[in-house]
Write a protein that binds this ligand. Structure first.
Ligand code: NAD
Length: 344
């Protein structure tokens, strides 16, 4: 068997458990080392997943475990920029959890550096690899639904007290960048913006609220609208206080037909009004997260097309930041579209 694609995991918290499962189910990938600033967390993660080395510092890991093919970063948002650029400087490809970081300036800095150094950086917006979501977005991109005049997405989720109690970084703007919009709903907004990728968001209006978690800085409710350069409109609503939690939905309404996605558990897409060919991702794996990881591997090793490079993560970050700016100012705010230079 060919040498397995070897990664290190940095940040051994919630999402890394699922990545470790994805690696177990993929015989082409192995984890050579894990890093967590909390020693017991790194040790427990290494033991549970049979990982040979564990560290508390990324620099020690890079020195102690040479020759890794990529690093997977699953750390608080405020650490993303520094950890991505550190890996890029070392020439190591990066698979980083969303969002790329919390400022567009820093995100474009990462894009520039990745280009200069010739190092690939991917951001894990895995809904693009959800089979039903992919089929809907590709149908919209191919024009099967006609011109998309509006779209909307909704994330009615619930988070219990442990969510902010255990992950204290999630409480603060400085460490998380925001609440339910940037941390959870940016997934579905990314997928929606990707479905209408020929349009650019130019202005935003937003409202945020803290209805249940009142001793935190970030929002637990958010609603926003995005005005696109052709006059079409996208809407987003996001909650972490819906009881009971419901599936997310992404809807695109075109001049010929409509696509409606629900998921991510038991993902499903319905097409109304138009006859649509359901395109497949071409990657076989049990879950969108695992397909996203496998797609990253193929991109790094074989330069196969990859849907969520760091450049691709810029539109959603620009849109999210404009919704937040509007929620703060109470006015319609422009979207910073300078990122478009990186999508050419
Ligand atoms: N793709 C998805 O569906 C999905 C789901 C959940 C979270 N996420 C993303 O994953 C990332 C991590 O979120 P989480 O929920 O797993 O957070 P978490 O708080 O559960 O885990 C983060 C871990 O990072 C460790 N850490 C903190 N500082 C560190 C440092 N300097 N060096 C090494 N380790 C450090 C913490 O000790 C903790 O164990 C975030 O970007 C989040 O938005 C993605």
């Amino acid at each position: 068997m060919a040498k397995r694609f070897t990664i290190a995991v940095v940040g051994c918290g919630d999402i890394s458990r699922y990545i470790a499962l994805g690696v177990k189910l993929n015989p082409r990938i192995r984890i050579a080392a894990c890093v967590d600033s909390v020693e017991e967390t790194a040790l427990a993660f290494a033991k549970r997943h049979g990982i040979p080395r564990h560290f508390t510092e990324t620099a020690e890991m890079y020195e102690g475990v040479p020759g890794i093919d990529a690093v997977y970063l699953a750390v608080p948002h405020y650490l993303h920029h520094g950890m991505i650029t550190d890996a890029v400087r070392r020439g190591i490809p990066v698979f980083c959890e969303k969002p790329v970081c919390t400022s567009l300036h820093d995100a474009m800095d990462i894009c520039r550096m990745a280009r200069e150094e010739g190092v690939k950086v991917g951001i894990n917006y895995q809904y693009r690899y959800d089979s039903a979501c992919y089929a809907m977005a590709r149908a919209a991109q191919r024009g099967d639904l006609g011109d998309i005049t509006y779209g909307r997405c909704n994330l009615p989720w619930y988070r219990d007290d442990d969510y902010f109690g255990l992950g204290r970084w999630r409480r603060r703007i400085e460490t998380a960048g925001g609440g339910t919009l940037i941390t959870q709903a940016s997934h579905i907004l990314d997928a929606l913006l990707w479905a209408v990728r020929d349009k650019t968001p130019v202005a935003a209006q937003g409202m945020t609220a803290q209805r249940r978690f009142r001793d935190i800085e970030v929002e637990d409710l958010c609603m926003g609208t995005l005005e696109m350069d052709d006059g079409s409109i996208l809407g987003i609503s996001s909650s972490m206080i819906a009881v009971p939690e419901q599936p997310v939905s992404i809807e695109v309404y075109g001049s010929k037909g409509t696509g409606i996605y629900t998921g991510p558990e038991s993902p499903r897409v319905r097409f109304l009004g138009a006859k649509v060919k359901r395109e497949k991702t071409g990657i076989f794996a049990f879950h969108a997260l695992f397909r996203s990881l496998e797609a990253f591997r193929r991109w790094i090793l074989f330069d196969e097309p990859y849907l969520t490079s760091v450049e691709q993560s810029l539109p959603v970050l620009a849109a999210v930041l404009a919704v937040y700016a509007s929620a703060r100012s109470g006015r319609r705010e422009p979207v910073d579209t300078r990122y478009r230079d990186f999508l050419k």
